[in-house]
Design a protein. Structure first.
Length: 553
């Protein structure tokens, strides 16, 4: 809220200064300074040639009259313009009532026409003043100069009349009043829209985002409308004074030229835009057909060699990128402004960004394709990779996200996935279940057949272990003090592997304690005199009192 108030205060001060500038411009336009038009005059060398001097524009009362190129009486074009300006601004108000006269002259420098107001010469137009490229005759150029001079005389005469002053002041006050009211209304409306946007941002929702965007666009349109009003006010204000009328005409012509350029550009761009639209429609149609085909492949309605349901999603993304990339490449030359320097600059910038960041990015992208098309894992699989065990929650273009049993989300880059062995516990779970195993060491004094029976009984009592295929035991090693046994069992839900394995270990302890068999893990330095186990009557000692320690099948 404080920032909004500060912004409005700064904007109000800026607009107030702008209005003061409008007043100052109008007042200066009422009384233009005409005292400093003369340039120091000096005689040019008699042998000077007109080609040695640059052309000079003769501008009287802010209006272009003619361009002078030649020399006259030893005066170069710049000195001639200065003398003509002195003669024009020295005309009295009575002289300004007279029309401009044009008298033919024959001088040493050539033929010409002298322009006079109330029998007072203002300047002379010579044959050497003509622009060779314009291909105008002397009489045609003289007629143009006479009309322009007459316009300057009329404007200067009107500038000093009370009616012109009153009209100018009325225009100035009217424009200032309208702009002041419009500015006040704009600030009030902008403030209300900004407050509404702030209120909506406090309670975010999908609809509030749309409303905030609409409010921002409305605010932009409000300020654009204010800008258009200021432009129209400037045109009207400048056109309200004879001296500044050419500026108003130029300003209106400038914006009109821009508008014409925009309209012409839009009309000229229509064929290219239509072509681009047709290309994009064709690309969308091709993409829809490919999407329907790949959907049937994913649902196994259609069987295609070397294409599997697991890889359809990645294939669809690749085909989308390829189809639309090809469409953009074909449509690019038809885009409006595709040959401009701005487009070329953006293309160079985009290429530089891709070049600088493509090394690691492309490595991850290509590794992602290897992960997908090797079908080594998919979303929902229980995997072990690089000492990270968990459930795959996302297979992305750059990385794979895994959620561990500790409820930690770990992001593994695709390059790490492809460079490490992947243990997928879920791949074969649909056919015979996921295999789990645990190792136990038992002394030589316990019969191995008894150990096999106890391990399989413990597995059969464990909730979550399948009865078919049945659990089985392997003897892995005959060590110095004990025999190493490994129990294998199958489960249906790979995500429950840590939980089921914990239940299995508990059942193994209960089974061996019930039979009075000592488990040799951890290793004993010396064999104790009696077996080390927990009698059944102590299984529920405090604080574990209550029901049975584990559930059984």
């Amino acid at each position: 809220m404080t920032e909004l108030v500060r912004f409005r205060a700064r904007l109000t001060r800026a607009c107030s200064l702008w209005l003061l500038a409008v007043f100052a411009t109008g007042l200066l336009a009422l009384w233009p300074d005409t005292s400093a038009h003369a340039e120091p005059r000096g005689a040019a060398p008699a042998t000077a040639r007109s080609s040695l001097y640059a052309p000079e524009d003769l501008v009287l009362f802010n209006r272009p009259v003619i361009e002078l190129r030649g020399t006259l009486g030893g005066l170069n074009p710049k000195q001639r313009v200065s003398r003509a300006s002195d003669a024009f601004y020295s005309l009295s108000n009575e002289a300004l009532e007279q029309p401009v006269a044009m008298l033919p002259m024959s001088l040493a420098e050539g033929s010409g026409y002298t322009f006079m107001v109330a029998e007072k010469p203002v300047f002379t137009l010579l044959t050497t003043d003509l622009d060779p490229e314009a291909r105008l005759t002397l009489l045609d150029a003289a007629d143009i100069a006479r009309a322009n001079l007459q316009d300057a005389v009329i404007a200067r005469r009107a500038q000093g009349t009370p009616g012109a002053i009153l009209r100018g002041l009325s225009t100035l006050l009217g424009v200032a009043a309208i702009l002041g009211v419009a500015l006040w209304g704009t600030l009030k409306l902008f403030g209300a829209l900004s407050l509404r946007a702030i209120e909506l941002q406090k309670n975010p929702s999908p609809l509030s985002y749309v409303r905030v965007l609409s409010i921002r666009l409305a605010s932009l349109l409000v300020w654009l409308g204010m800008g258009v009003l200021i432009y129209l006010g400037a045109v009207v204000l400048l056109d309200g004074f004879p001296y500044t009328q050419p500026w108003g005409s130029e300003l209106a012509g400038f914006v009109g030229g821009i508008a014409g350029w925009l309209v012409t550009g839009v009309i000229g761009a229509i064929p290219g835009l239509v072509t681009v639209a047709v290309i994009m429609v064709i690309a969308r149609s091709v993409q829809d057909v490919l999407g329907m085909f790949l959907k049937n492949v994913q649902e196994e309605v259609i069987r295609v060699p070397f294409m599997h349901a697991e890889t359809v999603s990645a294939t669809r993304r690749l085909m989308t990128i390829f189809v639309y990339g090809l469409a953009v490449a074909i449509a690019y030359p038809y885009l409006p402004g595709s040959n401009t320097d701005a487009f070329k600059g953006l293309s160079v910038l985009f290429g530089l960004m891709v070049t600088m960041g493509s090394s690691s990015l492309m490595t991850q992208l290509m590794s992602g394709l290897v992960v997908v098309y090797s079908r080594s894992l998919k979303k929902g699989d229980l995997i072990l990779v690089n000492d990270i065990e968990g459930v795959v929650t996302e297979v992305g273009a750059l990385a794979v996200k895994v959620t561990t049993v500790r409820n930690e989300e770990i992001t593994v880059p695709n390059a790490v996935i492809t460079s490490s062995p992947i243990h997928n516990y879920s791949r074969l779970s649909q056919s015979q279940g996921t295999l789990i195993s645990t190792t136990i060491t038992i002394g030589y004094d316990t019969p191995w057949r008894q150990v096999h029976a106890m391990l399989t009984q413990a597995a059969n009592r464990t909730e979550g272990i399948r009865a078919d295929p049945a659990p089985h035991v392997f003897q892995r090693a005959l060590s110095d003090f004990y025999v190493e046994y490994e129990l294998f069992a199958y489960i249906d839900v790979p995500r429950q592997r840590p939980t089921i394995l914990s239940r299995l270990l508990a059942q193994i302890q209960d089974e061996f304690n019930s039979c009075g068999v000592q488990i040799m893990s951890p290793h004993f330095v010396t064999q104790p005199e009696q077996a080390v186990f927990v009698p059944k009557e102590h299984w529920h000692d405090a604080p574990a009192g209550g029901g049975p320690a584990t559930s059984s099948k």
